[in-house]
Design a protein around this ligand. Structure first.
Ligand SMILES: [Zn+2]
Length: 321
């Protein structure tokens, strides 16, 4: 635990301790969440070193052939990716588009079909395989800021649940501004660590995901990061059917004392599952039994937090001035 006080977003040194992370394997030390009192930005402390973060992304994290979930959920995942792609096509004209943390390249594959030139950045060569071979994406494996792109090349840059995984998110957004054309679109989606689900479930919150998430944004700190880099916010969304109901559901199970993220482990397909299900018959049965009660509660809470603009995730759409 290093106790880093400095806030990357607002430059103040006024941070406070918030929680210790749950679900860290024994012998891996402990991680705490610190938060800036001035702008609400949070960070994982200590931050795992860049050369050590790989061990938190085992190959099972991605699954065989990069397929992580049961086939029915995989079908849903594809529908959600198409929704993400349409958020770009309705705001830009076809040109070069960069997805930072492109994973399997599903967003870029869809955009390619609509006439865009797809570029992606991934830290994992294993995850990039699918994007490159199945989606025909030009993938840079490694650090975003070291990728050899010309300034002003891109019509759009996307960080879809990837900015919280980057060691220097403020610099990364400034770098994105440099790579975009004037008037180009920046899309950033992150978990909202000031959401109702984050606040009410604390260290049981599913989307906290420490230590893979180095940083923890709220609406104010994300807006400030983007505006300080020369962007004008044009739209924001606080409702995500893809992320938010599940965020509530898994966090409620976690808070009820089930093994941490047990359900998430369960809905993954067998190749990416970390623990065989049959070893936990009682928890499996109880998880199923509670579902008819917890699913409606999770959906209701998702609607309430979105109406309060405190949804479990934030999506901001901005243009370069
Ligand atoms: Zn701050």
């Amino acid at each position: 635990v290093s106790g880093q006080k400095h806030c990357q977003v607002c430059d103040q040194e006024d941070s406070t301790w918030e929680l210790y992370a749950k679900g860290i394997p024994e012998g891996e030390g402990s991680f705490q969440l610190l938060r800036c009192r001035n702008c609400g930005f949070g960070w994982t402390d200590p931050a795992p070193a860049a050369h050590e973060i790989g061990k938190w992304y085992p190959q099972v994290y991605y699954g065989k052939g990069n397929v992580r979930f049961h086939w029915a959920l995989e079908w849903l995942v594809r529908i959600f990716r198409q929704r993400r792609a349409s958020e770009v096509t309705r705001r830009t004209i076809p040109g070069s588009v960069l997805d930072v943390g492109c994973g399997r390249g599903l967003i870029l594959g869809t955009l390619k079909g609509k006439g865009y030139m797809p570029y992606g950045v991934e830290i994992s060569d294993h995850a990039a395989w699918h994007a490159r071979t199945k989606m025909g994406v030009n993938v840079h494996v490694g650090d975003f800021m070291a990728a050899p792109y010309k300034p002003g090349l891109f019509e759009a840059v996307i960080f879809w649940h990837s900015l919280e995984h980057v060691l220097q998110p403020v610099k990364a957004i400034r770098h994105a501004a440099m790579l975009l054309k004037p008037g180009g679109l920046l899309v950033v989606a992150v978990p909202n660590s000031e959401s109702l689900q984050a606040r009410l479930t604390g260290r049981n919150w599913f989307h906290l995901d420490i230590p893979r998430h180095y940083f923890h944004f709220g609406t104010a700190s994300l807006r400030k990061t983007m505006e300080d880099a020369g962007f004008r916010i044009v739209n924001s969304a606080h409702f995500s059917f893809e992320q938010n109901p599940y965020g509530w559901l898994q966090s409620l199970y976690n808070a009820l004392g089930f093994d941490f993220n047990f359900l998430y482990n369960w809905i993954k397909n067998s190749s990416s599952r970390l623990v065989p299900l049959r070893e936990y018959p009682l928890q499996s049965l109880l998880t199923l039994a509670l579902m008819p009660i917890l699913v409606p509660i999770a959906l209701l809470l998702t609607i309430i937090e979105a109406l309060a603009k405190r949804g479990g995730t934030i999506e901001l759409y901005a243009v370069k001035k």
